[in-house]
Design a protein. Structure first.
Length: 226
């Protein structure tokens, strides 16, 4: 179920992903962006079957259940199920267009890691993404900035801004680089540890309720792919 589009929202953060499983790093990034830009809230948008990544190890229902448990303590985080609910293969553009139709006057801020943003020119109708949202490109401060392909670099140059208020003063079209502390959590490493029976190694990286859910449903016991 989606929030009533008539609510007077002015700026919404969006964090997509497989959340396979959701971990404290995801939550930390979403909450940090929410505070930094003074957003109304951040919507966590789990993918059913991502286009550019391997098939998730856990089912959509399990990933959604874990995400709801993880977000429950934080009223500024909203779980958005539109991609999970969609019967078709989904593209980020379609998700953003759906959100834009729902919130026509709001600033939409798509939160994305720098490595993923560097691959944006391979996404479906990628140039149109800037018509639907801003991009908050997260750098974890682990090294030199990622090198963007020529086409993306050309498109991004005129959109880059160091004025964070620019992203909440218009609906879409800007790119803002934001450096956040490096997060130790990685879904890939968490799945590998669980598959190897080393759950104690990653217990601190997961919300307690998510760790309990994984144990109760014996998730990630035989797979390390992703």
């Amino acid at each position: 179920m989606h929030t009533n589009p008539l609510l007077p929202l002015h700026a919404i953060g969006l964090l997509g992903g497989t959340f396979d499983p959701v971990h404290k790093g995801h939550l930390a990034i979403a909450r940090a962006v929410n505070v930094y830009f003074g957003l109304d809230h951040v919507r966590l948008v789990p993918a059913r079957a991502p286009v550019h990544r391997p098939i998730p190890a856990a089912s959509a229902d399990h990933r959604l259940a874990m995400l709801r448990l993880a977000a429950a303590p934080y009223p500024e985080l909203v779980v958005d199920t539109r991609e999970i609910d969609s019967p078709r293969q989904n593209y980020t553009l379609w998700t953003l267009q759906s959100l834009r139709a729902e919130y026509p006057g709001a600033a939409l801020l798509w939160i994305i890691g720098e490595d993923a943003f560097a691959q944006l020119s391979g996404w479906h109708r990628w140039r149109e993404l800037f018509d639907a949202a801003h991009f908050v490109v997260i750098n974890r401060g682990t090294g030199a900035p990622a090198v963007f392909p020529e086409a993306l670099q050309a498109a991004a140059t005129s959109r880059l801004t160091e004025n964070k208020r620019a992203l909440t003063s218009c609906p879409s079209g800007m790119i803002y680089r934001l450096t956040l502390p490096q997060q130790p959590a990685s879904s890939t490493q968490i799945r590998a540890a669980l598959a190897a029976g080393r759950g104690e190694d990653i217990a601190d990286l997961l919300p307690t309720a998510v760790l309990a859910y994984i144990a109760r449903h014996t998730l990630y016991q035989t797979t390390t792919h992703g």
